[in-house]
Design a protein around this ligand. Structure first.
Ligand code: CA
Length: 483
């Protein structure tokens, strides 16, 4: 089966607690499209309450159940609505990936007076000056939850550092007395253990026990089929292989995980796969940056080599390819948006070749109202074609021009794709098995191409675009299934 993942959120969704209900309503449509797995945003209460996208984790056990941080519901709805939307997706044959944010927590109830040292932002192995008295927000008691599901309360000893000292009203990375950053994290800026908030210390056995306890609780109660793991480059690389193995014993026995290791260097991604025992796939950040670069500077690009050296080329079974996400969209921390004109080309490359795990972004399928970004044209059709027509390997042809790429997915339902990052292009197909067939261009269904009795036909593509040709009868099936 051809897997197609979808990230079902973007950063600027309205703060109206409606996403889980929307997912339930959309489940039938997503099944028709051919989406096989949905990555839902973090379902637990963040420090900013309903304004929190989900990454400012306050209480992992509060899935929209307790009146904490200003509301019962999270940005996306209540616990019951969350559990229902997971079930609704599963009833439509769609697997659900929970978003797991274990690197940090934020928004504790009480501050603690301890000794800490300032850390050089650009070389986190370097202390700046001596240890001194600070007041840090590290004591979590979850008074509204009153010990339900877990009586674990967190204090500064469960964290390695933070970035705010109440005494001096100062923001700076601080490392706590007697603590060291984990050596098994990204070497970016010397050591990338710290990102934000109160950084969870994975060397404390009670902390690790609690994260297992929580994981089992969450896996059982949610019934998710897999995980998207946040910020793995800042978490001890040895943690997840054991944790994921344990989770597999519970609930729906989740057996899929994809990690976010934000690095455009494929060698670093390969190294992490090794360090973590290949227990998860990784998002192909290297390919994302390549797509962005091509979209900004097509004059320097060679479309035939777009995958060269990326994670999906080096470790195809462990690469989750994507065009954009909630961090790379306009206005966000890792802004690196693939330009709109290039989006249809990027999705043809991700969905209609042989990538094993492509992930479609909500903002690309449905648009981003906040920034007046329209849905990517015909993305829905490409998802459907992947699911229903693609059957195996693809054959490249006409590779004589770096501004175009042409391939055919052969089989009972052949698909022919021509993409151009330059001007109008054409390519000749010569394949006896296609003799007498009539193809339709999904962009312009009235545009038909007849293959002659020798199996020969010329296919075309407009400038800076992609043309996807499928058999006329397959296009009729597509239309009746989607519209
Ligand atoms: Ca960390």
């Amino acid at each position: 089966m051809n897997e197609t993942l979808m990230q079902y959120f973007e950063w600027y969704l309205p703060q109206d607690n409606s996403l889980w209900k929307q997912v339930s309503k959309d489940a039938q449509h997503l099944e028709n499209l051919g989406i096989t797995a949905i990555w839902l945003p973090p379902a637990y209460k963040g420090q900013a309450g309903q304004a929190d996208v989900g990454y400012g984790v306050y209480d992992h056990y509060d899935l929209g159940e307790f009146l904490a941080k200003g509301s019962v519901e999270t940005k996306y709805g209540s616990k019951d609505e969350y559990l229902k939307c997971v079930q609704d997706l599963q009833q439509h044959g769609i697997r659900v990936l929970g978003d797991i944010v274990l690197n940090h927590m934020m928004g504790s109830e009480e501050a603690e007076n301890i000794q800490a040292v300032k850390i050089d932002e650009n070389d986190r192995n370097k202390n700046e000056g001596d240890y001194y008295g600070v007041r840090v927000w590290t004591h979590y008691t979850f008074p509204q939850r009153e010990g339900k599901y877990s009586d674990f309360s967190w204090n500064w000893k469960d964290f390695t550092g933070t970035d705010y000292d109440q005494n001096n009203d100062q923001s700076h990375i601080l490392k706590f007395e007697g603590k060291e950053w984990s050596p098994n994290v990204s070497k970016e800026r010397g050591n990338f253990d710290y990102i934000m908030g109160d950084d969870i210390d994975f060397s404390v056995p009670e902390v690790v026990d609690e994260l297992y306890h929580w994981g089992i609780w969450y896996t059982e109660i949610s019934g998710v089929d897999g995980f998207r793991l946040d910020a793995v480059k800042s978490i001890d690389a040895r943690f997840f292989s054991g944790w994921l193995k344990k989770m597999k014993e519970y609930g729906h026995h989740p057996d899929f995980a994809v990690g976010e290791f934000w690095s455009g260097d494929p060698q670093i991604l390969l190294q992490y796969l090794k360090d973590s025992g290949h227990c998860m796939k990784l998002f192909d950040v290297a390919l994302h940056y390549r797509l962005q670069q091509y979209s900004n500077h097509p004059e320097n690009a060679d479309l035939r080599e777009v995958f060269k050296g990326s994670l999906v080329e080096l470790e195809p079974e462990y690469a989750c390819v994507f065009s954009d996400n909630h961090d790379t969209q306009p206005g966000q921390a890792l802004y690196s948006w693939v330009e709109d004109w290039f989006k249809p080309i990027s999705y043809a490359l991700l969905l209609l070749r042989d990538c094993r795990y492509p992930c479609v972004f909500y903002g690309d399928l449905y648009g981003i109202n906040h920034d007046n970004i329209a849905p990517v044209p015909n993305l829905d059709k490409m998802i459907w074609i992947r699911k229903n027509l693609l059957s195996g390997a693809v054959i490249d042809f006409n590779d004589d021009d770096k501004q175009k790429t042409c391939w055919m997915a052969p089989g009972d339902h052949p698909v022919i794709v021509i993409a151009s990052i330059g001007d109008w292009k054409s390519a000749t197909v010569q394949d006896l098995s296609l003799a007498g067939h009539v193809f339709t261009d999904i962009n312009y269904p009235e545009h038909e191409i007849w293959v002659d009795e020798n199996g020969r036909a010329d296919f075309t593509c407009p400038e800076r675009n992609v043309s996807v040709y499928i058999l006329k009868e397959d296009y009729q099936a597509l239309s009746s299934s989607l519209y």
